[in-house]
Write a protein that binds this ligand. Structure first.
Ligand code: PLP
Length: 404
């Protein structure tokens, strides 16, 4: 008789965005005449840039001819893409990462969920709170997080590193020593960042205590400030303690096309065993995760035309962010983020809970955002708005919120 993985049953409630979807659908059914502006989900809205479309067409054409047809992709991904990544994302920033330390995948979500599989179940994880929920959820499914307390909304065996107004939304070194440290900067949902000096402290700490940092740099393209690192490998000593996750979703619009990569330096070892060799055995994204066509599209991200076009796309979203951030500030809201990230983090007024503010905003302004509490207990009392909509919708949402 088969048995299920009972850890899945421990996952509390329904997924944040399905709850939001249900609430919005119910509101719409009751008020079919009302228009709704969605600034909730972290999905991009701009179409793929022309340079990427051209590369996709070219690769599709190649697949139709015996001489240029491609079957299974190589293990780590095609060399043309890994070379482009190694040069543009690392060498040009003075970082020592070789093309064969890069594993191409179908996106950072799979990698951020699957990466925990190369670690033993007795590792203790530390997470920023609030943060992208996949890190905790995938460790829950693996059975690494202990028991859930519905009152505090915390797991007994997870080290939470609160990121709130008091510490400028940057985590402090934890009192209890973790084995795996998940850091995500620019952060989803707070939009906050840490400086290179601050990240260096984390790298030094991880090397000292023998921990691994899993660094999610999905929003790196949105960094506008000089002292904010684009990759953890800008820090000294990161090669012996860090894994980096990257996505093509937010910088190049690949949320539906799917492409990402993970960097595991060969110096990252547990005794004699290199983690690189363990991840080489991974399942899921190996072979079939990132098709040839998509990897060619990824290569175009690094072409001169691609870079110029994508810079404009990021600038478009960041203009939305600036408009929302400044507009809300002028209207008297307490807001942060939105400078190095496409997320604006709003402190709910009048001590409303995150979900109370969600309902209030939906019912009175027809604007949908994301309750901060959905990203962890320290997100309670906060609310996330994204800059990924159109400029017109960003302005319209702001006008409605100002009238509240
Ligand atoms: N990492 C973070 C921090 C994210 O916010 C997201 C998506 O919202 C992802 C990873 C997922 O990226 P991908 O689309 O490449 O799976």
């Amino acid at each position: 008789m088969f048995r299920i993985n009972e850890n899945y049953l421990k996952l509390p409630g329904s997924y944040l965005f399905s709850t939001i979807g249900k609430k919005v659908a119910a509101y719409q059914a009751q008020h079919p005449e009302k228009s709704i502006i969605r600034l909730g989900i972290g999905d991009v809205t701009q179409p793929l840039a022309p340079a990427i479309i051209e590369a996709l067409h070219g690769a599709v054409e190649e697949m139709g001819h015996a001489e240029t047809f491609h079957g299974y992709a190589p293990d780590l991904g095609y060399e043309f893409l890994r070379n482009a990544i190694a040069k543009n994302d690392y060498a040009d920033r003075g970082c020592d990462i070789a093309a064969d330390e890069i594993f191409v995948s179908d996106g950072a979500k799979c990698d951020s969920g699957n990466i925990q599989e190369i670690f033993g179940l007795d590792n203790k994880i530390a997470v920023c709170d609030p943060v992208y929920p996949v890190y905790v959820d995938s460790n829950v499914m693996a059975g690494r997080t202990g028991t859930y307390d519905p009152k505090t909304e915390m797991w007994s065996d997870v080290i939470y590193m609160p990121c709130r107004e008091e510490n400028d939304f940057a985590p402090e070194l934890p009192r209890e020593t973790p084995d795996l440290i998940y850091l995500c900067f620019p952060n989803n949902p707070t939009g906050s960042t840490i400086t290179k000096d601050q990240l260096q402290e984390w790298v030094d700490y991880a090397n000292k205590v023998g921990a691994v940092i899993i660094y999610d740099a999905a929003y790196e393209a949105y960094i506008s400030e000089e002292n904010v690192p684009h990759t953890i490998f800008e820090c000294r000593g990161a090669r012996t303690c860090a894994i980096e996750l990257k996505s093509f979703s937010k910088n190049a619009g690949f949320t539906g096309t799917r492409l990402g990569y993970t960097v595991i330096p060969k110096d990252l070892k547990c005794g004699d065993v290199s983690l690189h060799s363990l991840w080489a055995r991974r399942h899921g994204t190996k072979y079939n995760g990132a098709p040839y066509i998509v990897q060619r599209a990824g290569e175009a991200v690094y072409s001169e035309a691609g870079k110029t076009q994508l810079k404009q796309q990021v600038a478009y979203y960041m203009n939305n962010a600036k408009t929302i951030l400044n507009g809300l500030r002028e209207a008297g809201f307490s807001v942060s983020g939105g400078v190095n990230a496409p997320y604006i983090w709003l402190k709910t007024p009048d001590q409303m809970s995150s979900w109370e503010f969600f309902d209030y905003l939906l019912e009175n302004a027809g604007v949908v955002g994301t309750p901060g509490s959905g990203f962890g207990p320290s997100g309670e009392g906060y609310f996330r708005l994204t800059a990924f909509g159109s400029y017109e919708n960003s302005v319209a949402a702001l006008e409605r919120i100002k009238k509240l």
